[in-house]
Design a protein around this ligand. Structure first.
Ligand code: CTP
Length: 401
């Protein structure tokens, strides 16, 4: 029971995603948490206090000026008599109130009065999520130390519109809460990080693509460990078959160009770690239709163009993160190649590894890396990819201190 005895104040605001909060309550209680629900007026249009109360087996707080509730706990105690506050779903309206310090209902008052960690799971229409007003509020909330989980890309429940704005799934929110409640030291608290991971797929036609053997294991593990140390992590992942790591905001992309766009959108950040095995080339003009085989004729030659170099672009970007880490997958002259990449790509350090087939590193579970920086070369022992990630995250934290 990972949340045993933890007291969570769950604020449900008014969005269709409120139906998922019922499941969230169940999942939190399964893990031993005590859930005290608070609903805005809007939330009660989507799910009833009766349902929320039945699942949490307790009182549901709804009214700022309720004499009964004030005598029971009072809004200030409600704000502090918990280990953390989770807002799910968090509407654009509630986020705007939080960003501006408004306190005109019970939810916003509690959020202004609290001294506890707050995790919010935004849910709104994609146009509202990308609106400059919301972007400003997100930035303010991040600076205020508010933690985010999601939103995810996908289809909206009400309009069928696709884009970013769908609330994170209950289990992802649970993982975010678990990460926040983890008592381990958080040297990267308040820092943001971007991690790229996995291969990219470069289309030839609608059914074929160019790819490589990267599994995403190393990049995903690094994202998870940076989050464990308190960083707010955006993981930009190419197509992989492994699950999204807990407590991390994951953006799924296909091609190198999509990856660069997602990374640029995630700026500014304090830390960036480029682990993805980005395809160096793409097909100059991928076909909209499946390329047909012509009897007796050989295949049409594939003309390739160079892809953008994501690490190099960000390493020289006007909003370059304070710490930029690259990887170097080599099959020969590991150190000298890594040193050349360090300078060329504008990285602070390069994690170099020998990916010759005999090492089994590409796609495998173990790694043996060397850290190449201007200060020299560090040789790390053969470790699991998870141990390598943990060590790298610690190393990054030392560097940021
Ligand atoms: N990288 C990137 N974008 C690319 C190519 C590479 O961001 N288009 C990043 C990788 O994520 C990695 C580093 O650059 O952190 C080095 O990748 P690697 O494939 O080893 O180097 P390349 O630049 O492709 O050089 P080469 O193929 O000549 O070894």
């Amino acid at each position: 029971m990972t949340l045993s005895g933890k007291r969570i104040l769950l604020i449900i605001s008014g969005g269709i995603a409120a139906y998922k909060s019922l499941d969230l309550i169940r999942r939190l209680r399964e893990r031993g948490a005590e859930v005290r629900p608070l609903m805005t007026a809007g939330a009660q249009e989507f799910v009833t206090p009766l349902a929320v109360g039945a699942l949490s087996s307790g009182h549901v707080y709804t009214d700022l000026f309720s004499r009964e509730d004030e005598q029971d706990v009072g809004h200030i105690r409600l704000a502090r008599d918990c280990d953390m506050i989770c807002v799910a779903p968090a509407t654009a309206d509630l986020m705007a109130k939080m960003a501006n310090g408004l306190a005109n209902d019970l939810a916003s008052t509690v959020l202004l009065a609290t001294n506890r960690p707050v995790l919010i799971a935004p849910a709104m229409n994609p146009a509202m999520w990308s609106h400059p007003a919301t972007r400003r509020n997100i930035e303010t909330l991040r600076k205020d130390g508010i933690r985010f989980i999601g939103p995810m890309a996908g289809e909206m429940a009400e309009s069928g519109e696709a884009g970013e704005g769908r609330m994170a799934e209950p289990l992802q929110i649970v993982a975010g809460i678990e990460a926040l409640m983890d008592d381990a030291p958080k040297p990267l608290a308040g820092k943001t990080a971007i991690v790229t991971s996995g291969p990219t797929h470069e289309p030839i036609d609608p059914v074929r693509y160019i790819a490589n053997r990267s599994s995403g294991k190393q990049g995903h593990a690094i994202a998870a460990h940076l989050a464990r140390l308190g960083a707010e992590v955006t993981l930009v992942s190419g197509p992989v078959t492994i699950p999204d790591p807990a407590g991390v905001n994951v953006i799924h992309v296909e091609s190198a160009r999509d990856m660069l766009e997602a990374v640029t959108k995630a700026l500014p950040a304090d830390i960036a770690v480029f682990v993805a095995a980005v395809a160096d080339w793409r097909v100059s003009a991928s076909s909209d239709n499946k390329i047909k085989k012509k009897e007796g004729e050989g295949p049409a030659p594939l003309e390739l163009t160079e892809n953008p170099d994501i690490l190099k672009t960000i390493g020289h970007h006007a909003s370059r993160p304070k710490l930029v880490v690259g990887f170097a997958a080599e099959t020969a002259d590991v150190i000298s190649n890594a040193q050349a990449k360090l300078a060329r790509k504008g990285a602070d350090f390069i994690v170099a590894n020998d990916v010759s087939p005999a090492t089994g590193i590409m796609g495998g579970d173990r790694n043996r890396v060397r850290i190449v920086s201007k200060d020299g070369v560090e040789d790390w022992p053969d470790l699991s990819k998870d141990e390598t990630a943990a060590r790298l995250a610690e190393r990054i934290a030392e560097n940021m201190a």
